[in-house]
Design a protein around this ligand. Sequence first.
Ligand SMILES: Cc1cc2nc3c(=O)[nH]c(=O)nc-3n(C[C@H](O)[C@H](O)[C@H](O)COP(=O)(O)OP(=O)(O)OC[C@H]3O[C@@H](n4cnc5c(N)ncnc54)[C@H](O)[C@@H]3O)c2cc1C
Length: 473
Amino acid sequence: MLTNVVKHGLERIVGEANCSFSKEELLCYSYDATNTLHQPDAVVFPSGPEEVSLVLKMANSEGFPVVPRGAGTGFSGGSLPVGGGVVLSFERMRNILEIDTENMVAIVEPGVVTWDLQQAVEKLGLFYPPDPSSLKFSTIGGNIAECAGGPRAVKYGVTRDYVLGLEAVLPTGEIINTGVRTAKGVVGYDLTRLLVGSEGTLGVVTKAVLKLLPLPETTTTMLALFPDLRDAARATSAIIRARIIPSTLEIMDSVSIKCVEGFAKTGLPEAEALLLIEVDGHKAAVETEAEAVRRVCLENGAGEFRTASDRNEVKDLWKARRAVSAALYKARPGKINEDIVVPRSRIPDLVDGLRGISERHGVLIASFGHAGDGNIHVNIMHDRKSQAEAALAAAEDVFRLAVGLGGTISGEHGVGSAKSRYLDMELKPDAIAAMKRIKEAFDPKGILNPGKIFPGPGPQKRAPAGAGYAESK
Ligand SMILES: Cc1cc2nc3c(=O)[nH]c(=O)nc-3n(C[C@H](O)[C@H](O)[C@H](O)COP(=O)(O)OP(=O)(O)OC[C@H]3O[C@@H](n4cnc5c(N)ncnc54)[C@H](O)[C@@H]3O)c2cc1C
């Protein structure tokens, strides 16, 4: 609970019209894509770094938590005010401040929606590659804090690879600039990289300098259908082994395909698995690579291979891919979504392992995602009743499997509050201790986004679905 002194203080900092304590409005800032509810005590809409700084200074002196929030599409509880306090929302900081075509750099505020930035730069023949499937609503601030990736990461990398510099407000209120707006720069510690992916626990991003690329001349979109998920997995490894780096290489299993068709009716054919593949670049190179992809898919068991012939077909294929997450609820009312990553060459072993976990725990597992970089969204589907506990046990086994195959428990969704209890499955105690020391140095009073990344005190059992645990994507 905030005192009246704090409430009036917040109103003085951002103006009465730019903060809210009303129950209805607070509810809108109480959730993310994990479907878990934690209500803040206030939501504040700053207009710039100075206001963010004053809020953080007051949080230190008065002792309340502050939680930065983008669009609330996160899958790990990062933007949830788990201990109450003030949510900082960036609706008033949605400006693209500059697009420097000569130096191929964009400077943006954190509330800019990823898609809006992409559209703006593409009009100028430039390209901002990071493309989380949530790109039409997630924000650059949230993308930076989670180091979001997307289908294009296989060729172009993730958000981290495009952040040249930041303006950020430290938890203690200092406004700092990190990095550069030049192609190179190595002065001092790389605080930019430290802040990217820090899940809003080390600083509040108020401005970002982003690297742009030239827009590829052309893109070819292809669909390969397979009689078995394992064949699709083998084809994925074979494409990369053939030294082709597609701009996207996405996989969907039969459960995902059926659910999407029942949900979005985009005309996806029936198959046990499919790969959605794109190659981009100069026209001649794209033609050669597309032909090589076709050959490799057919050699690895594809029963059918199609090349999209027009824009509408491409649009339908992407509509289908982006609808998977929501469509899976057609199969079961409960869903635990994990975004594990394994080395690409181990995807066939992952497929086998997931089959075993599904049989052992008696739960349906649907898999789709960014096969090209080994990042598979494993969705453990359950009835929200008798299967809920088995689904949680299956999720733990999925993490063990990923780590055992040389992978990681999260490729892009982050740890947040949902996965903190599994941190030590992947990281050694000394590494966790070093990370905690960094957090303490930045945020000695622990006011910025507490309860995230590091497990809190007390029993670390994950709550069953619907009672504080992720239900979406
Ligand atoms: C349908 C769907 C598909 C998705 N697909 C992908 C995908 O393909 N790839 C992927 O990586 N993710 C994906 N996600 C997850 C999510 O969209 C990303 O994590 C995204 O980056 C979150 O952005 P947001 O603006 O919604 O941030 P939020 O969810 O609001 O916040 C996420 C984190 O960022 C912090 N934060 C927000 N703004 C700031 C700021 N200005 N300064 C400091 N910290 C800040 C928050 O505190 C929180 O820790 C998907 C989600 C959905 C619902």
